[in-house]
Design a protein around this ligand. Structure first.
Ligand SMILES: [Zn+2]
Length: 757
């Protein structure tokens, strides 16, 4: 034991004596300075093996934070603009420091990234070159992020919480606060950073006593996060709202003090997350003259003016969302301490903001700069539609256009929604670009992409790049449109030939790194979205039954079996890594995996009622699940398909009788047809429910139950414009449906037919 300990000590000494550099800091480092020193120590330890020579000097001493060297050169954190960082050689001394509480950290990270070729891809993955000696010229580099506010909302945060965010110089990380050890956040004060009306004047507290505070919608006063807004022309509302806001400011300052982080400088006052607005005469007359945004700003400007009397340093932020996206009319503009956060709910994410189809949002950005001194953007890198999140679209080539357009129009901050990392398309690449361009939007995006491809994929890099270029070329050729809520038809810009060609390229990518488990797993992750699209695509193609009962032989060029195999092999590990905290995420992925390998052709005979007719036959492998809590995809031997979507009735009163089915046209935003059934037919088990005849629109779906949570998307090219009789096969089980039975109460949907008339 003694000998072992002795050896261990020798190794430590050996390693230490081999170092040709030293890391120094202030006599009593602040928490963020201690972190900066530790990060430098850890990464140089992994990077340097041999001499570190800088500007011809050996025995380098890194001076991190507010050291004597910083003081002597007027480079103290208190003397520099917040977040500005400096890397500077003084003989064998290298100063690493910056303004405010994050500047020193940024200096360290820039030194590691810009001079040592070290990169961070995610919470789990970084890149450090093989350890070697390193010789650098004398250093003199400084910078400051181009955007003041840099925030990516990611969800499913893994172990390190926010360390990664700070390493890539975000200054806010969604809902997870950055602690003092990492310099704190550009943080919103309480109650929250968005959709806050109901938190200041809660419906639960005021609707009964003061219904006039709330929005008049369809003749009724309603409020709350999902149902309504406030009546902003009601003068009596103002003092109540202001008191609530001032109380939150007090709480915010108290909490920051206790945590040792800077007090919040910004508080949000914005509309609830729905599309309703107050229809009272006074509000409507105001909107007529000044637009919705004019009404909101008038109210918020008043609040901001009152807050400024006691808190001149505080900003009030608000959203321009849905109906309030168009800027105000009639002389209204945001007060100097108001921040407008314009949401991007309109653009085709797969295209550049400079392309014609994105003109509306592009012009909103241009116009808003004339109505607000402080403009932020709420942008979407995610596609929200369940089951389609992560299908490929090559937005990465257009990030440069976007950031430069923002900066040119006085945008000083961006909040990205980029959640569901366990299934997002090219997540690490897109995050890399989102963060790099925040600091300097003039960087060459293609050079950044090339760097990423090389360091992240190694020998597979050129193939992955070719795949992404193919996706982008197909989008241009076929006018692909991918908005924040796409439908399955949105991805038809990738024709089967394109998907097959992309798969062939990715075969080469796999072959190039077959002997490197890490790089191979990354290639599989890059392939994930395309594999999911492949399995989904072929499932739709092969379910057509001709009049004589035979299955139409559509020769698909897609190999969905191999795609499903790859998903089974490689996807769960990535989901586990990213979504360990969210069991629901793994359940949803397992259901999709099960569906991707479910035979798409329901075995068994054609139902009697449909003999002699032609129809599309969709089994549960094609359905969407909009409630992972209530609904599971499970095996059911009673179904001729073998599987069903099973809904637990107890999860919502909407699953009680009557049972409903319908068809919703998403483009026209209206229900084309619906039917309710007071009770199921006498025969227990699966029954056919007739919905009726629908001409399929570009963007629509069949829904089942009154909660609409099991859906079949119909936006497929072979269906659009054609007319079908729609039938739903459902089994309702349990005493509510069949009194006297003792089974648990479930709704099972196993099959939906689109029958040619
Ligand atoms: Zn009103």
């Amino acid at each position: 034991m003694r000998n072992l300990l002795f050896c261990f000590c020798l190794i430590i000494l050996g390693a230490a004596s081999a170092q040709t550099y030293r890391i120094a800091g202030p006599a009593a480092p602040l928490p963020h300075e201690a972190t900066a020193m530790q990060e430098l120590r850890d990464y140089l330890g992994r990077r340097i093996n041999g001499d570190l020579i800088i500007g011809g000097q050996k025995n380098i001493v890194f001076q991190v934070g507010d050291t004597e060297l910083a003081k002597a050169n007027n480079l103290l954190s208190t003397q520099l603009p917040e977040e500005q960082w400096h890397i500077k050689s003084f003989g064998n001394q290298v100063l690493l420091n910056g303004g405010g509480t994050r500047g020193a950290l940024y200096a360290v990270y820039h030194f590691l990234e810009d001079f040592c070729d070290i990169h961070w891809w995610s919470e789990f993955e970084d890149y450090v070159p093989t350890p070697s000696a390193l010789e650098l010229p004398a250093l003199n580099k400084s910078g400051k992020p181009a955007f003041l506010y840099r925030d990516i909302y990611r969800t499913n945060y893994p172990a390190d919480k926010v360390q990664f965010a700070v390493r890539v110089r975000l200054n806010r990380s969604g809902d997870v606060p950055i602690p003092a050890a990492y310099g704190g956040s550009f943080n919103y004060g309480p109650p929250y950073h968005c959709h806050t009306f109901d938190r200041y004047v809660p419906t639960a507290e005021y609707l009964d006593s003061n219904p006039e505070f709330f929005s008049l919608v369809g003749g009724q006063r309603v409020g709350g996060q999902t149902k309504g807004q406030l009546c902003l022309t009601n003068e009596a509302l103002k003092p109540i709202f202001l008191n609530s806001l001032l109380e939150y400011i007090r709480q915010g300052e108290e909490k920051a003090k206790a945590e040792g982080v800077p007090a919040p400088r910004i508080y949000d006052v914005s509309q609830n997350d729905n599309r309703k607005y107050c229809e009272c005469d006074k509000c409507m007359a105001f909107v007529e003259k000044h637009e919705h945004s004019g009404l909101y700003l008038t109210f918020i400007n008043w609040l901001a003016g009152e807050v400024a009397k006691t808190h001149p340093q505080i900003y009030i932020s608000t959203l321009a969302y849905h109906y309030s996206e168009p800027p105000p009319k009639g002389g209204i503009r945001a007060a100097s301490n108001v921040v407008v956060k314009l949401t991007d709910t309109l653009t085709n994410q797969a295209a550049s903001i400079l392309e014609e189809e994105n003109k509306v949002f592009k012009e909103f950005v241009e116009q808003w700069k004339n109505y607000a001194d402080h403009l932020f953007i709420w942008d979407y890198a995610i596609t929200f539609t369940r089951g389609l999140t992560g299908f490929p679209f090559a937005s990465e080539f257009y990030y440069g256009d976007l950031y430069r357009h923002y900066r040119a129009n006085n945008v000083s901050g961006v909040f990205w929604e980029h959640e569901r990392p366990h299934m997002a398309d090219m997540y690490e690449l897109k995050i890399f670009l989102e963060t790099k361009l925040f600091e300097d939007p003039d960087q060459d995006v293609n050079a950044l992409i090339n760097l990423f491809m090389d360091r992240y994929y190694g020998a597979a890099g050129p193939h992955i790049l070719a795949y992404r270029q193919l996706v982008d070329d197909a989008r241009k050729r076929n006018n692909g449109v991918v908005r924040w809520f796409p439908n399955i038809g949105s991805f038809q810009f990738l024709a089967d030939e394109d998907v097959a060609a992309a798969q062939a390229i990715l075969d080469k990518a796999e072959a190039a790194v077959r002997n490197d488990a890490l790089l191979f797993s990354r290639v599989r992750r890059a392939r994930n979205g395309l594999d999911r699209l492949t399995t989904r695509r072929q499932g739709a193609e092969l379910c057509y039954r001709a009049k004589d009962g035979t299955i139409k032989d559509i020769k698909s060029i897609l190999d969905s079996r191999s795609a499903a195999q790859r998903l089974q092999e490689s996807w769960p590990a990535w989901v586990e890594r990213y979504a360990a905290a969210g069991k629901g995420a793994m359940d949803a992925v397992n259901a999709e995996l099960a569906r991707s390998t479910t035979p798409t052709l329901p075995p068994g005979s054609v139902p009697e009622a449909f003999r002699g007719r032609s129809f599309y036959d969709f089994n549960a492998g094609f359905f969407e699940n909009h409630s992972t809590k209530a609904i599971s995809f499970i095996a059911d031997p009673e179904s001729p398909c073998g599987h069903a979507f099973r809904t637990s009735v107890k999860e919502s009163h909407y699953y009680n009788l009557p049972f409903a089915i319908g068809f919703y046209d998403q483009g026209a935003r209206k229900t084309l047809i619906s039917k309710t059934f007071e009770k199921p037919p006498q025969k227990q088990g699966y029954n056919w429910y007739e919905l009726g005849r629908v001409t399929i629109p570009r963007d629509g779906y069949v829904y089942t139950s009154r909660a609409w949570t099991t859906k079949l998307q119909t936006g497929l090219p072979q269906l659009i414009g054609n007319t079908y009789d729609i039938w739903v096969s459902a089994k309702l089980s349990g005493p509510q449906f069949y009194p006297g039975t003792e089974e648990p109460e479930y709704i099972w949907i196993d099959r939906i037919l689109l029958v040619e008339p």
